[in-house]
Design a protein around this ligand. Structure first.
Ligand code: GTP
Ligand code: MG
Length: 195
């Protein structure tokens, strides 16, 4: 597929403000600052679509983007950012949990982890939570441009082992800066849409 149209539709804070459940949705989740919004922008070839920041905690709502007039990308707040207050963390957590567990149009989750680091406890919890709810998950390792070629194999092993990925779990190594992994991600979207 090619992404020819991408447009911000709305922000939601709870189930009452979600758009109608009339098309396939893909969610992008992961730690604060891992590169979720940048990744969406890379897929859509539009660096101004989702707001990004070098300071963690930029995305604070569920943000819906209409893609090719056909499906939605959903950018969500990151987890694991220590400087966000406890009550905000709980609000974000509840918002995402409610969305994931009740939204029938959600067909795949992209769980983003930083290629340079061992996945955190929160990453493992999120991965297992998604699996428990029978959601297809594609793990995205981000910021591969920051890793030397000689270190890639080891970094990949750390992610596979820490998240305990099985053979049919997908892991795609990406860089939003270098557009690495774009083709693989687009064909993953195709495989869901064509079902
Ligand atoms: P929150 O909304 O705060 O949860 O963060 P996020 O996961 O949406 O991260 P965001 O896309 O805002 O990116 C965070 C920082 O990482 C920004 O400074 C980006 O420029 C940088 N970044 C994102 N992707 C890449 C990448 O592939 N390579 C490099 N080198 N930097 C990246
Ligand atoms: Mg963001």
């Amino acid at each position: 597929m090619l992404i020819k149209q991408a447009e911000f539709i709305k922000s939601a804070v709870d189930k009452n403000s979600l758009p109608p459940e009339d098309r396939i949705e893909f969610m992008f989740c992961g730690r604060s600052n891992v590169g979720k919004s940048s990744f969406i922008n890379m897929l859509c070839n539009n660096h101004k679509l989702a707001r990004t920041s070098s300071n963690p905690g930029k995305t604070q709502t569920l943000n819906f983007f209409e893609i090719n007039h056909e499906f939605y990308f959903v950018d969500v707040p990151g987890y694991g950012y220590a400087r966000v207050s406890k009550s905000i963390k709980e609000t974000f957590g509840k918002m995402i949990e409610e969305y994931v567990t009740t939204r029938k149009s959600l067909k795949m989750v992209f769980l983003l982890v930083d290629f340079r680091h061992k996945p955190s406890e929160d990453d493992c919890l999120m991965f297992n939570f998604l699996k428990y709810h029978n959601l297809p998950v594609t793990v995205i390792a981000t910021k591969s441009d920051k890793i030397k070629n000689s270190e890639r194999k080891k970094c990949k092993e750390v992610i596979l082992n820490t998240l305990e990925l099985k053979e049919d779990d997908k892991l795609i190594i990406t860089s939003s800066e270098k557009k690495e992994g774009l083709g693989l991600v687009l064909s993953t979207l195709d495989s869901v849409i064509e079902k």
